[in-house]
Ligand binder design. Structure first.
Ligand code: NAP
Length: 298
């Protein structure tokens, strides 16, 4: 089996399965609203990329609602009108918000109805995930677990080190690993002897947003390495938080800086939107896609 994990291939299989499921349903296209405030160029680029992908791969209607500036009250009204609009299946709020709204980020997010919270970022979604109730799970963590399942990794009892404690990556990912009976350690910027901690792990997830920080000294022989970071190096090449060429030989499976975790994240957004509309029925779509992908990555 190729040890470079192919998130692009796996995502395409999931899109195919989702498309087939949606065609059978024969309903109108699913609708998502993407709200952004202020001028975050990186965020805008990512939002456009998501929109194009979801429209092309699963025929969703993705409406971007951009505000150069908006008051707290008006933004909350906007979110509440989306919550009450039956035609809209999911809503995303691009972070960071504008400077004026940043301090109210949590309060604003929590106005999103968790049933439409396709990024899984509200306190309700996170709480439901922790106690094991149905929720829409954050896309990057869900994508990582899906990729590991496709590559046949038995997570039971595995020692996992996640270098990140954000609400969107590290904390939900830990919950998903715990659900699979792995043993987890979360690291962050104040962790002592990080490379030593990582080098004891069966699975290392690098998401510290530090260009190529994880080299082979962080990785034990045969470990699985998941790279979440995305950077452009001085030559304009996309690199991750992991020094791919240095770590490759030691790893048993590894995600590349492009075509690894990134495409999984976006296709999980498509999955979450379908789940927002059709509920647990969509889980079988994911299971089917995993089984199909398992054969193709062998
Ligand atoms: P974030 O909120 O900035 O979190 C970064 C985390 O890394 C924090 O927990 C931070 O610790 C920790 N950290 C920073 N420097 C460290 C160091 N020197 N040693 C150990 N830990 C360190 O970022 P995020 O939103 O979670 O995203 C993380 C990365 O993933 C970013 O590069 C982002 O672009 C990328 N991302 C990629 C995808 C994808 O689909 N590929 C999706 C989402 C995010 P503290 O908590 O102590 O500050």
């Amino acid at each position: 089996m190729e040890k470079r994990m192919n998130g692009t291939l796996v995502s395409e299989i999931l899109y195919d399965e989702l498309r087939a499921f949606l065609e059978l349903k024969g309903d109108k296209p699913l609708q998502l609203v993407d709200i952004s405030v202020g001028n975050d160029f990186g965020g805008e680029m990512y939002a456009n990329m998501k929109k194009k992908k979801l429209e092309k791969m699963v025929g969703y209607l993705v409406e971007s609602r951009h505000f150069d500036s908006i008051s707290y009250d008006d933004l909350v009204s906007e979110i509440e009108s989306i919550n009450n609009d039956n035609k809209i299946n999911g809503v995303m709020l691009q972070l960071p918000l504008s400077k004026e709204l940043n301090d109210h980020e949590r309060k604003i997010l929590d106005h999103i109805d968790w049933r439409k919270d396709v990024d899984g970022l509200t306190t309700s979604s996170i709480g439901r995930l922790v106690v094991g109730e149905v929720s829409l799970e954050p896309c990057t963590p869900k994508g990582i677990i899906t990729l590991l399942k496709v590559y046949g990794v038995d997570l039971v009892g595995k020692n996992v080190v996640i270098v990140n404690r954000s609400n969107i990556v590290g904390k939900p990912l830990e919950q998903l690993f715990l659900r699979e009976n792995a043993t987890t350690t979360i690291c962050h910027s104040k962790t002592k002897n990080l490379s030593e901690v990582c080098s004891c792990a069966d699975i290392v997830v690098a998401a510290m947003n530090k260009q190529e920080m994880v080299d082979s000294s962080y990785v034990k022989d045969g470990a699985i390495v998941i790279d979440v970071g995305v950077h452009k190096n001085s030559e304009g090449k996309t690199v991750g938080d992991v020094k791919f060429d240095d770590v490759y030989d030691k790893s048993s499976l590894i995600t590349p800086p492009t075509g690894g975790v990134g495409p999984m994240t976006i296709c999980m957004l498509a999955y979450n939107t379908a789940k927002a509309k059709y509920g647990n029925e969509v889980d079988t779509v994911l299971e089917k896609a995993i089984e199909k992908a398992k054969v193709l990555v062998k």
